[in-house]
Design a protein around this ligand. Sequence first.
Ligand code: P6P
Length: 341
Amino acid sequence: MTDSTRLNLADEIVLGRDFMTLSQHVLSQVGTFSPEAYDLSALMGRIGLAGKTIARHLSRAGLVENVLGVTGEVNVQGEAVKNMDRYANRVFLRAFEQSGLVCRLASEEMEKPYYIPENCPIGRYTLLYDPIDGSSNIDVNLAIGSIFSIRQQEGNDESGEALDLLQSGRKQIGAGYILYGTSTMFVYSLGKGVHAFTLDPSIGEFILSQENICVPERGSVYSVNEGNFWQWDEPMREYVRYIHRQAGNTARYSGALVADIHRILFQGGVFLYPGMVGHEDGKLRLLYESAPLAYLMEQAGGRATTGKQEILDVVPDRLHYRTPLIIGSSENVKVVESFLN
Ligand code: P6P
């Protein structure tokens, strides 16, 4: 390379970093320049576009309409729908209309999957997502997230019941989340490790910030809503009493699953959302919350279980199926299991 084409080393390094964008990284992950590789790269790029659009809207909370507050509706989960839930759900749908990539989208906010017929002959992917996870944090300006899972559509789903989605999390071909925190981060895996990108608003790109993230084998953080203590069964209460007695543990619970998982992914520890009296399956939904996060955690060397079964082996019997969730460092998860079994 002649001097006239070179920059100084520092600028070359910055260019190299800034040009490892999300779409570029997906191509490097798939390792080929096949049509499928470009489809996945474009698909991840559209999810990134949805995340950037949601981050922009969040940044105007309190200044523009329809960011804070509730719509007055109740969703299929029986939860009050926040303005941001509805906005973010629509953003994901718009990101994939006319994309040719995704035939069907399933969301926490929609009772049934949303079909994009013009995409179906081409786009064989289904996107499952929680558009805003932790929406109780929105009105108090705390971290929230979006969670997504990518599956291949099997068959033509003539019944419109999306029965092919009722399979274990091992069928996922990719998963990830967007964390709207002090910075906006995009974390994903296509089965070859977990990689994190940070949004650089000055160029509107997610830039690679951490590659091949490995969750520590054990950690001192335990993340659980202890306000539910007397609704848990005795073995779970015994585990938490054990943690209280053991020196060195730290309680961290943000009210947003994505934020708590992100902390554990980088620092180790365990997140728990157990079953409760009257809600034995817990609160978290399998297909677009627990399964994508379990996929990431296993890719990072951690574990995720219901307490009785690996999350990725659970086969749901309905779209909005819930499971208890114990997820994080392999050693911490093992200790929890020793109390439950
Ligand atoms: P609780 C948010 O509604 C959510 O689905 C997760 O993001 C979060 O971890 C959990 O519920 C919080 O639930 O019952 O502790 O307020």
